[in-house]
Structure formats: C-alpha cells, structure tokens
Design a binder for this molecule. Structure first.
Ligand code: SME
Length: 164
C-alpha cells in the first residue's frame, strides 16, 4: 500500500521517506483551516506511505469529557470509539502528554486490543498552537517493534507542522 497517495516514488530510507511525506503533507494542507480535513489528510498520507502503518489515526480529546478520547479520522480496521485518559497506550500518551513507543503491546499494562493483529504501536500527543492537548495520533503495526525514536521524531515534527 506504500506509494498509494500519488505517483511519486518514495525514498527507501525511513528518514528520507518521512522528510518527503512531511513536505507533501504541508503542501496539501496549505490554506485548509478545517481540523477534520487536516486530520483525515495526515492519516491518509502517512498510512499510504509506510507498509508498517496497519492502523493509523487520531483520537480527539472529547470537548464534553476532558478526560476521555473519542475516535477521529483514521485509516484501518474498526477502532475502539472511546478511550479514557490513562487507559492503554493512547490513554497513557494523553495523560502524560508524551510519545509512547511500544515494541510489544501484550507487555503494556492495560493495553486495549481493538484488533488482535496489532502487535506494536506508537502514540504521539497532538497540541494546538496554544499548547493545549487536542488529540493523540496512534499508529499500530502487525510487526513487532516496528517503531523507534526516528518515527517518534518525525511524527512529532509532522504533527506540530500540521496542528501546532
Ligand atoms: N492500541 C490502542 C487502542 C486503539 S486501537 O488499537 C485503534 C491503545 O492501547 O491505546
């Protein structure tokens, strides 16, 4: 599925690929203020660019319940609709406001199994320009230890560029 978002050949190295996709995302989002449109575009373009992205999407801080996440734009199989702050990997990223990289979800206390095929994941908090937490970005992979510090660094950059 990588290379699906357009006909451009994406670089093989992970860092170069993230750099190319970051530029593409910035170009596509230029001038679009709608948050749903921006989130859907980020999820679609990243999911189309990396084979390890099995489930890719946003959980938004619920405006009516500030300690609960509710699913937002995503690509992949059916995701849980709501996650309490502090629960699972997404809830931990939201509660601590820090990126979580999990090599083996079975070893993560309280992990929420929405799809048993997901075995590793990365969850990155998303902040608006005032520094308020608005969402977390969750990527799940069917491969063990699919994500590392390079993914964290690039996703934090792309999400800051898109929403900060
Ligand atoms: N794996 C996540 C739950 C969300 S989904 O798998 C889409 C977690 O433990 O936070």
């Amino acid at each position: 599925m990588a290379e699906a978002f357009n006909d451009l050949a994406l670089p093989d190295s992970k860092a170069a690929r993230y750099a190319a996709v970051a530029d593409e995302i910035a170009a596509v989002l230029e001038g679009e203020p709608n948050l749903t449109a921006r989130m859907a575009t980020v999820a679609s373009m990243l999911a189309a660019s990396f084979d390890d992205y099995f489930w890719t999407g946003f959980y938004l801080v619920d405006p009516d319940k500030s300690d609960e996440l509710v699913v937002g734009p995503y690509q992949g199989t059916l995701g849980c609709l709501r996650i309490a702050f502090g629960r699972g990997v997404c809830g931990t990223a939201a509660a601590t406001r820090t990126t979580q990289v999990v090599d083996d979800v079975e070893a993560f206390p309280g992990h929420i199994a929405c799809d048993s095929r997901s075995v590793s994941e990365i969850v990155v908090p998303v902040f608006d320009r005032t520094g308020a937490l608005i969402a977390v970005f969750d990527v799940d992979s069917t491969r063990r230890a699919a994500f590392d510090a390079l993914d964290a660094q690039w996703l934090e950059h792309i999400l800051k560029q898109a929403f900060g």
